[in-house]
Design a protein around this ligand. Structure first.
Ligand code: INI
Length: 155
């Protein structure tokens, strides 16, 4: 028989950290609402959540790393919105955050989830912040719960 490792989407007993950037906060606040709502719907109490605000996407990784290293949280959810229309250094900001968040996973072993929108324009960001394309914050929260359980099952 093939051994199966299949994480469930349930909050469990652990505490989840959410790092959210204030830049474009009319979008990121919707991502945060989506993540909190999703964790609650899957059994998390408010005591199982911690929200850390940072100025912009570039600041997410340092705070996410500190939270992951603290050993207080089962997962760290990173939320932000980088929108090309507004910045000449869009590609650099995106690369820095993508690489940084990925690296935290390997360095700490704590699932650290990339819930940062990288969009061409404001319309795309709105579509992913609770309208046509769903809510990327809620998706990130689902991923955090599933990854937490997968890691638990591996032991
Ligand atoms: N930060 C974002 O989160 N999104 C953006 O679209 C953005 N733009 O457009 O520049 C942005 N810039 C700020 C950056 O993340 C840092 O906060 C800033 O450079 C200070 O380090």
């Amino acid at each position: 028989m093939i051994e199966q490792i299949n994480g469930q989407i349930a909050a469990g007993k652990g505490k989840y950290a959410i790092v959210v950037s204030r830049f474009n906060d009319f979008i990121t606040s919707k991502l945060l609402e989506g993540a909190i709502d999703c964790l609650r719907r899957h059994g998390a109490s408010d005591e199982q959540m911690c929200v850390a605000w940072v100025p912009g996407a570039c600041e997410i990784t340092l705070v996410a790393k500190k939270l992951a290293e603290s050993e207080k949280y089962v997962a760290v959810i990173c939320l932000g919105a980088v929108i090309r229309g507004q910045t000449g250094h869009y590609d650099a900001v995106c690369q820095q955050v993508v690489r940084g968040v990925g690296q935290i996973n390997y360095d700490t072993g704590v699932p650290t989830i990339f819930g940062v929108l990288t969009c061409e324009n404001l319309e795309q960001a709105i579509e992913r912040a609770g309208t046509k394309m769903g809510n990327a914050g809620a998706n990130a929260a689902m991923t955090a719960m599933e990854m937490t359980h997968v890691i638990e099952l591996i032991g």
